[in-house]
Design a binder for this molecule. Sequence first.
Ligand code: 3H9
Length: 720
Amino acid sequence: MNNTVTTSIVDDVAVVQIDNPPVNALSHGVPEGLMAAIAEAEANPAVRAIVILGAGRTFVAGADIKDLEAAAWNSSVEPPDIHDLLARVEDATKPVVIAIHGTALGGGLELAMAAHYRVAVPDARVGLPEANLGIIPGAEGTQRLPRLVGVERAIDMIVTGKLFPVSDAHEWGLIDHIIDSAGRSSGSAADALRAGAVAFAHDVAGRGPHQKTRERGDKLGTPAENAPLFEAGRQLAKKVRPNQTAPATALEAIEAATTMPFDRGRRRERELAIGSVRSPQCRALVHAFMAERAVAKVPGVTDAPAAANLPAVEEVAIIGAGTMGSGIAMACANAGLRVVLTDASQERLDAGFAALRKNYDSSVKRGRLTSADVEKRLALVKGAVGYDACASADVVIEAVFEQMALKQQIFAALDGVAKPGAMLATNTSMLDIDAIASGTRRPESVVGLHFFSPAHVMRLVEIVRGSATSVATIASALALAKKLGKVGVVVKNSTGFVGNRMMLPYMYEAQFLVEDGATPEQVDRVLTTFGMAMGIFAVDDLGGLDVAWRIRKELNQFSEPGARRPLVADALVEMNRLGQKTGKGWYKYEGGRTPIPDADTTAVIDRVTAGAGIRRRRVEDDEIRERTIYALINEGARLLEEGVAMRAADIDVIYLTGYGFPGFRGGPMFHADKVGLPKILERVSAFHRELGERWKPAPLLERLVKEGRTFRDYDAGLMP
Ligand code: 3H9
């Protein structure tokens, strides 16, 4: 036995506990420990049943993702294989009961399905989220799940990768018993789980024989019954995971469960699982998982003494009840924080509350919240005109127009109102944090919290560190993002920070491609085929063409001699074709949100380019993909070198969580490594020669190529 698995005997039940923080992953040593514990319990005549449970916050979150990562990158490393453990559990001579709290995920649920019984506390959840990592459930999950819940449900669980409440799982036959601790007057939830599981195990010990899942076939259906279910599964995969390979592979494995005896089926699953682990998509998605967790750790901030004792955040004041302000209010109320939403007039405040109410109503319509939930959340939000109501807030978030003078005026006023130590945040997406902070006597408390629209939905928050922002303020901002269920990425103050600074060259390159001869719909098709959630022209129409137009003016962009200006975009704004809000932009909209290609846009493009002497030509899809995606990457390399982004992986997280970059490509910088930096540099250099200075290769890109290194090496500190 090892120290991650320990056994205690309670009455006639052996309680085997897995203690492998933080989430009891099945790392090396855990399966071995469990097998030894089962052998010992079988040999002990005083034991009649075995309970397996997890210590700490959860049951088992699956295979250790670090082991998966090692196997994904190195073909001489075997992917985790727990077949021996599963067989040992299922063939145990005494009944094995798995007791679930927190979550049973991936290999954790697969272990549970090999046991004879599964019990859980009411708030536990279960799922097979392997597809999120680009792999299939490879510990016999594709074989046992359809036996327990039927083929249709198994397909849904595995393709979506969703987590389900145990009440559902109980209904489907996946969980045998829910431990109701409501009547208990004392003791912790862990005590309730342990006591409930022991009582259940004691009870079933006398019953026998104990069903082995692998011997069941009653829910597997016939080929004729299953054919339409697999077809529906393929359609579902296309819809929820477009371009991803793991769901189709998983369907093949589930199909094997329905056509082969268990042992052959599980061998087929293993072959398919190994293929999925070795896939580029697995590498990319595991990178995305790890990177998302790595951004929460900022050297010099989260490990600093100041981060150990942060003041609690209970109340947030928001200045500006527009789209962003009311979205942020909703995000805060959803996290249980008290909110004071303020604006300069009652009229604007009323509009903000109306927007808040509308968003909540749509959550109710979609079945995400009950009316009672909504009322509880709305009760947390109070309205006020003027700044005085910000006095009791722990955090003040300014979310007004992008106008420096107005923001400076607000921060100066806040200085006199906000309580000492309060975080003073601005939701600016472009402006200089230091200039905003300069009007206060407490620039150390000023930070950028760049939320993305709609703020109650989008997961990304860029946390912008000004030159005076204190370590405690940054640490508090990270903690706040986590509390809101968002991914906070710390970046340095710079025009457009990371996300928007990369976005502009990407967007303008797309516009130049259209001027050169492509169409908006061709560019958008190439980008969505690449995997972007939306095409850039559809995005521009959604946000409004006037946004970038204002930025062009405010920043005096394209003023350097010889710079190419986006002429068509300017012309569309001048014609008041601002996008969805005016019914026309790059596309036209007929009442809905669906972009429809518009002959009038083509006419504008023809007129403007002819006037500028641009000879339009046929533009191939490859050129579109390279000029847009490589523009992102080249700018990303500059941001890294300037220290605006700390790590290449931070840029990836920003693009994955805020800009619709496809997870299965791991983010722009990860994608660059995969394409190969020499190839990227070669194309960027060619564009530099053909298209001008905007394509000047980033010095870091040149350096990495010269040294034969990647962005991943750069992050690992592997620079010579
Ligand atoms: C699998 O099981 C394959 C099988 O089919 C075949 C096997 C033979 N391993 O997310 P959090 C770490 S594939 C290692 O911030 P939360 C995470 O890195 C696996 N580490 O917490 C972080 O570390 P740190 C299928 C893991 O409360 C810490 O735990 N399973 C693993 O918001 C806290 O994580 C999954 O895909 C792991 N499996 O959410 C489940 N999981 O503190 C993936 C987490 O150093 N995990 N860590 O930054 C999750 O969905 C969430 O982490 C969970 C907790 C819901 C568990």
